[in-house]
Design a binder for this molecule. Structure first.
Ligand SMILES: Cc1cc2nc3c(=O)[nH]c(=O)nc-3n(C[C@H](O)[C@H](O)[C@H](O)COP(=O)(O)OP(=O)(O)OC[C@H]3O[C@@H](n4cnc5c(N)ncnc54)[C@H](O)[C@@H]3O)c2cc1C
Length: 503
């Protein structure tokens, strides 16, 4: 990279751009042109220098064009370069990272060296079965097997590049600690994106921002490159392969409502660039889509700023209580079930209740506190007053819960995980939450080589896709931590396979 267009971005407060509210305009070209770096995000990593290639350096031709600079795109680029190809990444937003920057809980993987070091007995079979059960048995089983069987290698690959995810926690629907996060328990996304960016720079892979890909070109059924709007110009960039890693469509309310009308009016946790462009461009080439109506709502979303409250809060011991101050469900059930239980409450919202121990174990809570989302008090009684719930009920709820933790038996709701620590260390905390749009499980159909299939299940030559733009692997409900696994594992595969294709 000869010339570099650089900007210092303090990721902890400014990096990625939440589409706050359901009616927010998320038109892609407008998003790309607007400097939104003053908006808030739930990224909690340290300050980071992000550097991008100067627009004047864009060439007419590359081996592989990668569309979208989230985790899947960056993993694909690094792997394609390692395999000897000459890739470029085109990103429509003013910063790289996509929804990946916002990922908080961690990355699921089984039979990893970190699990073994910590005495956690896990197996790929168990990871597969629990993901399949979480997805209602509707997952594409070939893709899921590929994900599970390559998860440990993906953790090693990241570690070999200085991205070490050795702190383990649990997410809903998983029976083992297999959610891998940074050593200090901080959010995975910012740390991962910083680490991938560093490796992109070290390998001198060009990455252009404000580069909105508007069309994938083909000749006689074979992909030949893309058209990209960069600055005021639309340019044609030719390539022997195109890897589409544009993420999901959780910030495109029209597309969400078209596929699942009952979600009209919900807030979204997604960054503004998650507008489904890749799906539309691939459909225009005859590509097949699957599970488009499978859109996940996440149970714990702050409704004032549309900020996701990470599942790690429950994974490290928090409980959910209603406005009456009572627990009402197994907090560690899968997201679809916990969301449904909250929506069934008269107030359609709830509180996450936790203590100082949970706060110490989940660094992201410091960020939620900075954002003014966390109520705190020295005693449960005072906390109850603060959030206007019955003091007696809250006190009894927490006492009953602490006894369940001591006995390792939750007689009320049958919770079995995230019961290592009780809630007995003041001060106490509460965060008000309700469900919000979070993940689009549907997308374009790929095979385990990440080749995109057309409506006749035939490969579209030269076209690859990975990450949230694809559908099938998660079935009808994604397990927390499985999307980061998806983007790294299939991102790597897309890099390798596209490089093989162009040789
Ligand atoms: C708040 C939040 C927390 C989450 N926490 C977790 C977690 O802890 N664990 C987990 O497993 N999953 C988590 N997820 C889900 C996970 O982060 C995403 O599914 C995953 O990061 C998607 O990665 P990706 O690379 O496919 O897409 P993204 O990271 O979204 O990247 C896609 C990129 O493509 C760009 N793009 C789109 N269209 C175009 C175009 N036309 N031209 C050029 N560029 C384009 C986008 O701007 C974006 O930068 C979370 C999601 C959110 C929103």
């Amino acid at each position: 990279m000869k010339k570099i267009f650089s900007g210092l971005l303090v990721l902890s407060s400014v990096l990625l751009l939440t589409a706050c509210g359901s009616d927010k305009k998320t038109d892609s070209s407008e998003s790309a042109k607007t400097d939104k770096t003053s908006e808030t995000s739930d990224v909690t990593s340290a300050a980071s220098a992000q550097e991008y290639t100067d627009p004047s350096e864009l060439k007419d031709s590359y081996d592989v064009v990668i569309v979208g600079a989230g985790g899947a795109g960056m993993a694909a680029a690094i792997q394609a370069k390692e395999a000897g190809a000459n890739p470029v990444i085109l990103e429509k937003m003013p910063v790289a990272g996509g929804n990946t920057s916002k990922a908080s809980a961690g990355m699921n993987a089984s039979e990893t060296k970190f699990q073994k070091d910590q005495g956690i007995e896990d197996s790929n079979d168990k990871f597969f079965e629990e993901s399949l059960a979480g997805g209602g048995g509707t997952n594409d089983q070939e893709l899921l097997h590929y994900l599970v069987d390559n998860s440990s290698a993906a953790i090693d690959w990241l570690d070999s590049m200085g991205i070490t995810l050795d702190n383990l926690t649990t997410t809903g629907g998983m029976s083992e600690k297999r959610t891998h996060r940074p050593s200090d328990g901080s959010a995975v996304g910012g740390y991962l994106v910083d680490g991938l960016m560093k490796n992109i720079h070290e390998r001198e892979i060009p990455l252009f921002v404000n580069a909105d890909v508007v069309k994938i070109n083909e000749k006689d059924g074979t992909v030949t490159g893309v058209n990209v709007k960069i600055g005021e110009e639309e340019k044609t960039v030719s390539s022997k392969a195109v890897v589409v890693t544009t993420g999901g469509f959780g910030a495109n309310m029209d597309m969400v409502v078209e596929n699942k009308p009952e979600l009209k009016g919900y807030v979204t946790t997604n960054q503004a660039g998650s507008t489904g462009d890749g799906i539309k461009m691939i459909e225009a080439l005859g590509g097949q889509t699957v599970d488009m109506d499978q859109i996940q709502i996440h149970p714990t979303v702050d409704q004032t700023k549309s900020l996701l409250i990470t599942e790690a809060v429950r994974g490290e011991g928090a409980i959910l209580v209603s406005q009456e101050g009572n627990r009402f469900f197994n907090e560690m059930e899968t997201r679809d079930k916990v969301s449904a239980a909250i929506i069934a409450l008269p107030e359609k919202s709830a509180y996450l209740i936790f203590d100082a121990g949970v706060k110490e174990r989940v660094k992201a809570i410091d960020f939620y506190e900075e954002q003014g989302l966390v109520k705190s008090a020295d005693s449960l009684e005072a906390l109850a007053k603060e959030i206007n719930v019955s003091e007696d009920n809250l006190q009894t709820t927490v006492e009953t819960w602490n006894k369940a933790v001591a006995d390792k038996k939750d007689a009320e709701f049958g919770r079995e995980t995230a019961m290592d620590n009780d809630l007995s260390k003041g001060p106490y905390y509460a965060i008000a939450i309700a469900p919000g749009i979070h993940h689009t499980m549907g997308g374009v159909k790929i095979n385990t080589n990440t080749e995109v299939l057309n409506t006749e299940n035939k490969v579209i030559p030269g076209l690859f896709a990975a990450g949230e733009v694809t559908g099938g692997v998660h079935g009808n409900n994604r397990i927390g931590g499985n999307a980061v696994a998806d983007i790294i594992i299939f991102g790597r595969q897309a890099g390798t396979k596209s490089a093989e294709f162009v040789k």
